[in-house]
Design a protein around this ligand. Structure first.
Ligand code: CP3
Length: 370
């Protein structure tokens, strides 16, 4: 894959937008685009037996990665996997309980356990992930770019210390206030593990990488810098963001991070993901030309009627305004009971409405025709 045999991409609108290069329209993909809202996904998951079996079988992970692309005119595929593969490979024994979400058989509860935590070798301990990437890249035949991803060190730490999902984050916040040096040790290890993991995905063929900082927004502002952002920066500093002369763009998404845009920019990623609570136009004015923006339709919009979905797509595009550097997405993952036709209407509306925000102005085109 990486030895000079790389297939040229037929559609690079997504990668160009991340690097703020000119495009004829706004690219679009959806967080969780391969997932339970698709009946064909539910069938393959049934066949796999469990969510983790699906992740661990490259042939099936490849199949579900490609499913949404067969239905919709998406501008990117995203590797089918999960952010919690790293803690699983560290020995925490990940399981998904039906209707309950992720849970660890052996959550992290002591400083000694943090000290003992191994840093996984992705080609040995997570070999199913680069294997899935290589297979998906072959099957994609350069149709669209493939996004690789990982959780942010802070978000991974919250799941590892809480032992699963959480509402109050009592254990991880307890650790933060009582033994911050232990938390720093954990976050440092996770940053190095995430960087190795993403570099393995890049070497296997992904065309862009995204960090999901789902729980960065639960921190106080100064703690966000110290415990989330600093380690997102430590990940980026170790990434090999070029392959065969091409740049591998990077995206950083903190849910609830819109209030800290300037700080997020300092982490150095090419693009920032925004949830729906931030005004995209205001965000654009704040970041200027320094980063691209990805987002930010409220995922609940997809429960509404098609006409409302179309109007909301137009509103998001207008909020960003004319010009380059916007990747259309939901502000968080698509929900499992959304009607796939409503997702299709959103994607079609981006294709229909966005060229007007990229067209060169009439005066300019007249001039260039002279
Ligand atoms: O299509 C894609 O976006 C790629 C696949 C992907 C999944 N998880 C598949 C998945 C990605 C990028 C993720 C990231 C992820 N996983 C995050 C960060 C993004 C976010 O949503 O904030 C987080 C926090 C996780 C952890 C996780 N995995 C949770 C909390 C859950 C259970 C919640 C739920 O939706 O049931 C999962 C399971 C999971 N990961 C599913 C999918 C499709 C559902 C599993 C199933 O089939 O039952």
């Amino acid at each position: 894959m990486t030895e000079g045999t790389e297939m040229p991409l037929k559609n690079d609108v997504f990668l160009r937008a991340l690097l703020r290069q000119p495009t004829a329209r706004t690219p679009v993909w959806m967080m969780r685009q391969a997932g339970r809202y698709l009946p064909e996904y539910r069938r393959v998951r049934e066949r796999a037996g469990s969510f983790m079996a699906l992740c661990r079988t490259p042939e099936l992970a490849c199949e579900v990665t490609l499913q949404p692309l067969e239905r919709f005119a998406l501008d990117a595929a995203i590797l089918f996997s999960d952010i919690l593969t790293i803690p699983d490979a560290m020995g925490l024994e990940l399981e998904f309980v039906e209707g309950e979400g992720p849970r660890f058989g052996r959550p992290l509860r002591t400083a000694a356990a943090v000290r003992r935590l191994p840093i996984p070798d992705p080609e040995r301990d997570l070999a199913y992930v680069p294997a899935a990437v290589r297979l998906i890249k072959r099957r994609l035949e350069g149709k669209v770019p493939l996004i690789g991803f990982a959780g942010s060190p802070w978000t991974l730490a919250t799941y590892m210390v809480e032992g699963g999902g959480s509402r109050e984050f009592r254990r991880i916040k307890g650790l933060l206030f009582e033994q911050p040096q232990v938390l720093h040790e954990l976050l440092g290890k996770l940053a190095d593990a995430v960087a190795l993991y993403l570099n393995a995905q890049i070497a296997a063929g992904v065309d862009a990488v995204m960090i999901f900082d789902t729980w960065g927004g639960v921190l106080a502002r100064h703690h966000y810098r110290e415990f989330s952002l600093a380690y997102a920066g430590r990940v980026l500093a170790q990434l090999q963001c070029r392959r065969e002369g091409r740049t591998i763009p990077t995206i950083f998404f903190t849910k609830g991070g819109g209030q800290w845009l300037e700080a997020m920019m300092d982490a150095g990623y090419d693009a920032l993901g925004l949830d729906w609570t931030t005004d995209l136009g205001e965000a654009r004015r704040r970041v200027g030309h320094r980063v691209a923006l990805q987002g930010n339709l409220d995922p609940m919009t997809l429960y509404g009627p098609i006409e409302v979905i179309r109007a909301e797509v137009r509103r998001v595009l207008a909020e960003f305004g004319r010009g380059n550097g916007h990747v259309f997405n939901l502000g968080h993952g698509i929900l499992p009971d959304v009607d796939p036709e409503h997702a299709g209407a959103m994607i079609a509306a981006v294709h229909e409405f966005s060229p007007a925000f990229h067209a060169i102005s009439p005066e300019f085109s007249q001039e260039s025709a002279l």
